[in-house]
Design a protein around this ligand. Structure first.
Ligand SMILES: Nc1ncnc2c1ncn2[C@@H]1O[C@H](COP(=O)(O)OP(=O)(O)OP(=O)(O)O)[C@@H](O)[C@H]1O
Ligand SMILES: [Mg+2]
Length: 297
């Protein structure tokens, strides 16, 4: 048995156990302070890597910018979460099948429509979301960039987040501001840091170490160094071709780095009670955060 086969066997055994006592999906937001730092590329390629390792992975695209998951895959989804919320489609019908078994859902304006739902509509939706927990082991949410209240709440609602920055000072300071806003409200969130588009491993480690040291010292928070990706032409080329680089250039440095980060993600992430959060838990949390804001106004 080679190593890959052994890994698949381990995951298969784990899955068997989960079938006996079904588990919720882990919810991981992928975010950044500044835009254009590589969130969507990371989300997509990491989701494919996780899927290839045996973890069923679903992406929810909550980014309203231009570089969306669908653009990166050259696919145009007909329906999005908005159609589910307005009862035009069932959740299974808005899931798009991406390469290598990954699934994604385009958020559209649906995520914010959640806030206007009646209790009855919310119950219907929650039952559907529960179904997604059965379909996926890991759900990654591409939040879009920026230190806006919406993005901060999307991060706060989850137990885990991946924060991406490039070595550029503006990107680093914006990422720091984002982390600060999050941990001021929620300290026990699992934050992982990725440095993307670094010129060298040395530069990436410098940025990573400094960020983590400053966050520890001034915010009293421990960030996990997830990994780094160098500036790599294969990322640019695969973006242009609308093909994920882990598939187009599996031997590239970028692809190998993403696989190693996917392994770290796969290895972590349980709550203290050993249970993952689940999409239903995430949406409940999101609603609580918005309702408390409304009351405060
Ligand atoms: N490691 C890398 N090397 C070279 N180019 C990269 C790398 N990572 C990302 N890019 C390029 O940077 C651009 C932005 O990447 P991406 O769309 O993933 O960022 P984003 O954070 O999702 O952006 P937005 O905030 O607009 O949603 C893309 O053109 C992509 O090809
Ligand atoms: Mg993006």
């Amino acid at each position: 048995m080679d190593q890959a086969e052994r890994l698949r066997q381990i995951v298969k055994d784990l899955k068997e156990k989960q079938r006996v006592s079904p588990q919720n999906a882990r919810i991981i937001t992928v975010t950044s302070g500044k835009g254009g730092v590589g969130k969507t590329n990371f989300t997509l390629n990491c989701a494919i890597a996780l899927n290839n390792m045996g973890y069923r992975t679903l992406i929810i695209d909550a980014d309203f910018g231009l570089s969306n998951i669908d653009v990166m895959l050259g696919m145009i989804p007909k329906y999005n979460l908005f159609h589910v919320i307005t009862h035009k489609k069932r959740i299974e019908e808005v899931i798009v099948q991406g390469p290598c078994g990954i699934k994604f859902i385009a958020g559209g304006s649906g995520i914010w429509e959640l806030l206007n739902l009646s209790t009855q509509d919310m119950e219907v939706l929650m039952a559907q979301l529960e179904h997604l927990d059965e379909l996926a082991d890991i759900i990654m949410i591409d939040t879009g960039a920026g230190v806006s209240e919406k993005v901060i709440r999307m991060i706060l609602a989850a137990n885990e987040a991946v924060v991406i920055t490039t070595p550029e000072p503006t990107s680093v300071t914006d990422a720091y501001a984002l982390v600060k806003s999050v941990v001021t409200i929620k300290k026990d969130i699992n934050l992982r840091l990725v440095v993307n588009r670094a010129e060298s491993a040395h530069e990436a480690r410098d940025v990573m170490d400094n960020f983590i040291r400053v966050a520890q010292r001034f915010l009293d928070v421990k960030l996990e160094p997830l990994g780094y990706i160098l500036y790599d032409d294969v990322v640019v080329r695969s973006t242009k071709k609308q093909k994920p680089f882990v598939l187009e250039y599996p031997k590239s440095h970028a692809a190998r780095q993403v696989y190693s980060m996917a392994q770290s993600i796969a290895a972590g992430g349980q709550n203290d009670d050993g249970k993952a959060q689940g999409l239903k838990g995430y949406v409940n949390q999101l609603l609580k955060l918005f309702n408390s804001k409304r009351k405060a106004l």
